[in-house]
Design a protein around this ligand. Sequence first.
Ligand code: PXP
Length: 241
Amino acid sequence: MAVLNVNIDHVATVRQARLTDEPDPVWAAAQCELAGANGITIHLRQDRRHINDRDLRLLKETVACKLNLEMCMAEPIVKIAEQTRPEQVTLVPEKRAELTTEGGLDCVKYKRRLATVVKRMHKRGILVSTFIAPEKEQIAASAQTGCDAIELHTGMYANAKSERAIRRRLAELRAGKDFAMENKLIVHAGHGLTYRNIAAVASIEDLCEFNIGHSIVARAVLVGIRQATAQMIELIEKFSP
Ligand code: PXP
């Protein structure tokens, strides 16, 4: 059955809105863990717009479940990952002006850099996942560079409006998952998943992890992050095959 990593970036976003010290993502992580989360996901962006170096350092010390660090492949960030040694890194593309990660990582274009980063992470005992579109070339490139896992980008599914478009996006995710498994990759999924759209993705067999952030933090503002996390876990478990 797939498990949930809660992305707590937007707890830090609220803090950064006033450049103050609350809410503390470290406190939020502990609440998610108490609610049964499998892991905590954070994105250390180059502009440090939400999660910062202090958060990463303290979360590495305090998170007892999995710490999944989303990051781009820029050298200063790769060095921080080597020093901090989270259990897993998820490699993402990063544009300074974007509101959130837009597309998947282009593992074909950046194959040489990816291979180098994978080797360096593995030397430190860190698992590597790539955040990619459900496309064969991207999946093959991830496998060829020695990645342990891929995270299928569910954004296109989340944005699909008509029944037909939703079915098409789900079929792409399913085919991507099958091809990744043939290539011996572990398969995660995430981006744009909500309490309303999780059911169909959760019912895809053999997905291992979901990374979900905005929807959980948005609900947490109203019901608390412990309850918001527990409700998402409940849905994943209910619809998992
Ligand atoms: N997975 C990846 C690779 C991401 O970049 C993000 C956004 O930071 C997420 C999952 C979570 O997306 P959302 O906040 O839409 O749940």
